[in-house]
Design a protein around this ligand. Sequence first.
Ligand SMILES: NC(=O)c1ccc[n+]([C@@H]2O[C@H](COP(=O)([O-])OP(=O)(O)OC[C@H]3O[C@@H](n4cnc5c(N)ncnc54)[C@H](OP(=O)(O)O)[C@@H]3O)[C@@H](O)[C@H]2O)c1
Length: 332
Amino acid sequence: MQSQFYTLTDYPNGLPDRALFKLETQTLPELAEGEVRIRNHWLSVDPYMRGRMSGIRTYVEPFELGKPMEGGAIGEVIETNDSSLKVGDKVSHMGGWRDIAQLPAEGVTKLPDIDVPEQAYLGVLGMPGMTAWTGLNLIAECKPGDNVLVSAASGAVGSLAVQLAKAKGCHVVGIAGAAHKLAWLESLGVEPVSYRDRTAQELSDAIKLASPNGIDVYYENVGGICLEAALSQLNEGARIAVCGMIDSYNAKTPTPGPSNLAQLVVRKAKMQGFIVADHWASYPYFLNEVAPQVAQGKLVYKETVKEGLESTPDAFLALFDGGNTGKMLVKL
Ligand SMILES: NC(=O)c1ccc[n+]([C@@H]2O[C@H](COP(=O)([O-])OP(=O)(O)OC[C@H]3O[C@@H](n4cnc5c(N)ncnc54)[C@H](OP(=O)(O)O)[C@@H]3O)[C@@H](O)[C@H]2O)c1
């Protein structure tokens, strides 16, 4: 059986060029003991993958040039040489950026038996959802009544973070780009604020209007002017969960920090970065709390779906110009 997969031909400087992603084909070897073969239905593209294209080890190894790229995927077992999985099982795994994956079964997880579409395990009930829950609860220690600000608020992580904060009884402001994203946030009971065509000062003024009582929790996905504006609106004892800083992922030169970082001192605020993988032991608690609410439609989610393996690089690149509302997915 053949597998089509993407490789990276070089490490990009700045926004990756589409030509750096090469679609290749290989004939898969016989299944070894303990391996399974999976037909992928859904592929995830995520901002963190840009870090794996830098050629430098961060908290995870970089993609190896010329080797199959990896990423979250959902599929169905079509052949198995391991007793823990049977043909027809729906599974999640990291053999994405390809149509057929052949992997050791130990890296493959059977999907829980919850009444949600399977691709939800790449978004609201998967890594991005777990990230939202972790950042809000375990890092920012968000509590009822907090004034919460979330950047990239209509994305996969942000859109769950705002809803979880609302459900706690918080006043929530969400920063996003396009008008339809702001409208969606408003429909969720979130005060929408656009960052487009604004200076940090103008964004700060807009946040103040939307949250006159200041900010107790800032859920940081962007950096840049969003961070500078948020810092200027902090209340005493504020907590900032630094989930990501997508504004700098394609920067060609080091980006300067915000000019007002000293607000952390003045406001006696805490700022803490985190990587969701370090908190994965809490995934069952997250699933227990969030999955029933998703299944009942109490927590909602959106997906932006690109069709076909060939669309994977474009789906990935669109993350950096706001081309997604909710989770960006590739459907095979
Ligand atoms: N720490 C962790 O373990 C962890 C895990 C998962 C994700 N993350 C981070 O969480 C953040 C969100 O990830 P996600 O998967 O949910 O992606 P996402 O928000 O679904 O997609 C990216 C969104 O970011 C916004 N954006 C892109 N460039 C921007 C810029 N220069 N300024 C302002 N907004 C920009 C765009 O929305 P607009 O239209 O609103 O601009 C875009 O749609 C990322 O920073 C990611 O790296 C961290």
